[in-house]
Design a protein around this ligand. Structure first.
Ligand code: 5GP
Length: 141
């Protein structure tokens, strides 16, 4: 059985404003921000504001809203980053590839014949993250 939600995880701290992020979208139920170690330019994370560890403890309705916003980000990211495609991924528990235990959907813009970087390859320059956030916010309208 999965462990309980840990309110000290890094995304909970971002939600409480205790840690910074490059926000690209927010509504009453979700926050979307750039991944600090992008696997592709424009790699974005969509997280629910509700304290959910992963797919096993989130309500179907909140999960659906995270997916709805991931779809919106994916569409905007095609334009913002001149992408040829988008990979959407959501990992559950350590065996499922999850490292941060607050549910999140990855939205990763892809270019033809360009592989994703392995997770955690390198921390992106702040200036690049700022520029990419500006581009994505503009494409989101
Ligand atoms: P997971 O493997 O849990 O699905 O992915 C966690 C993601 O969170 C990774 O892609 C990692 O780069 C990203 N990440 C880890 N720490 C931070 C952080 O402090 N800020 C942001 N924006 N992303 C983070």
């Amino acid at each position: 059985m999965p462990a309980a939600y840990d309110p000290n995880n890094i995304f909970a701290k971002i939600l409480r404003g205790e840690l910074p992020c490059h926000k690209v979208y927010e509504d009453e139920r979700v926050l979307a921000f750039l991944d600090i170690m992008p696997r592709a330019p424009g790699h974005t994370l969509v997280i629910p504001k509700t304290p959910a560890r992963n797919i096993f403890d989130i309500s179907p309705d909140d999960y659906a809203h995270v997916a709805r916003v991931a779809q919106k980000i994916a569409t905007a990211a095609m334009k913002a980053f001149q992408a040829d495609g988008i990979t959407v991924a959501q990992f559950n528990e350590r065996a499922g590839g999850q490292v941060v235990f607050h549910l999140h959907m990855h939205v990763m813009p892809r270019r033809d014949s360009v592989e994703l970087l392995p997770p955690g390859t390198r921390q992106e320059d702040v200036k690049v993250l700022e520029d990419n956030a500006t581009k994505l916010i503009a494409a989101l309208g």
